[in-house]
Design a protein around this ligand. Structure first.
Ligand code: ZN
Length: 269
């Protein structure tokens, strides 16, 4: 497991805990049962669910998680600098920083959503008079969870995306810089990634060549060559690739489970 994957595991676990504590708080709040309209009105007006989530540490956990983006950036930049290149300009570093802020905002938005959904789900259950013993289970069923596997996939994709964006920015003023696709070749590899990994030349491609379709050509080749899984069925992502999808510098084999990304290569490699 990479340090980033570890950090994601940790964050998702922490958020699960926050989610559970939040539900427990709510049950404690309504333990008395038998709500009148006045009770319901005051509960929905007084309790700021988003604020409660943050009190339980949500924003703090996120901030901590995004601190590692700094380390990712430094590592990729240092690699270039150690080769005598200039590395990131101040303006590029600020652009990446803005991007990270947007990403963090997106996750805060999810917590806001969670708070809103929880609040309205609670209201409807109070109005309906759902027995307290069924309340947590009912709420859990209704609301989109704050954590879970979907979040894990999104966070992993986000980290990979940030690395690719940093790579792009670090080598932006060096049109001759060459890149290769890196990542595992194993039983989980997508046919398109497999094609690029297998057929890309040792000296890689420039970003311009990749933008003009150098990877796409190899990915289509891979989609044909590796389109069957062990059972002889066609792997669905093969169809997409054969259907004129581009294999780009940023998206490579598609976000989510694609574990391949462009890295700069140097003459001595
Ligand atoms: Zn891939």
């Amino acid at each position: 497991m990479t340090p980033e994957e570890k950090a994601i595991e940790l964050l998702v676990k922490d958020l699960e805990k926050i989610e559970d504590s939040m539900l427990k708080r709510i049950v404690a709040l309504v333990k008395s049962g038998n709500f009148t309209d006045a009770d319901i009105a005051s509960l929905s007006g007084q309790v700021d669910f988003f604020q409660q989530i943050n009190q339980l540490g949500y924003a703090g956990k996120l901030e901590k998680f995004f601190e590692q983006y700094d380390e990712i950036l430094k590592k990729i930049n240092q690699e270039a600098i150690s080769r005598g290149l200039q590395g990131l300009s101040g303006a590029s570093a600020r652009t990446l920083d803005n991007y990270v802020n947007l990403k963090a905002g997106e996750l805060l938005g999810k917590a806001q959503n969670f708070g809103n959904e929880l609040q309205s789900a609670l209201m409807s259950n109070l109005i309906a008079g759902t027995p307290i013993k069924d309340l947590v289970a009912t709420l859990k069923e209704t609301i989109t969870p704050l954590s879970g596997n979907q979040l894990k996939v999104a966070l992993n994709a986000g980290v990979k995306e940030f690395r690719v964006l940093t790579t792009k920015k670090v080598y932006e003023d060096l049109p001759e810089q060459r890149f290769k696709l890196y990542g595992p070749v194993d039983e989980k590899i997508r046919p398109s990634c497999h094609g690029v990994m297998k057929y890309q030349p040792k000296e890689g491609y420039t970003k311009k060549e990749i933008d003009e379709g150098a990877w796409t050509k190899l990915a289509i080749q891979g989609a044909h060559e590796f389109s069957n899984n062990a059972k002889g069925e066609i792997i669905p992502s093969s169809y997409n690739m054969m259907d004129g999808k581009e294999y780009t510098f940023l998206f490579t084999g598609g976000f989510g489970p694609c574990r391949h990304e462009p890295l700069a290569i140097y003459k001595e490699n």
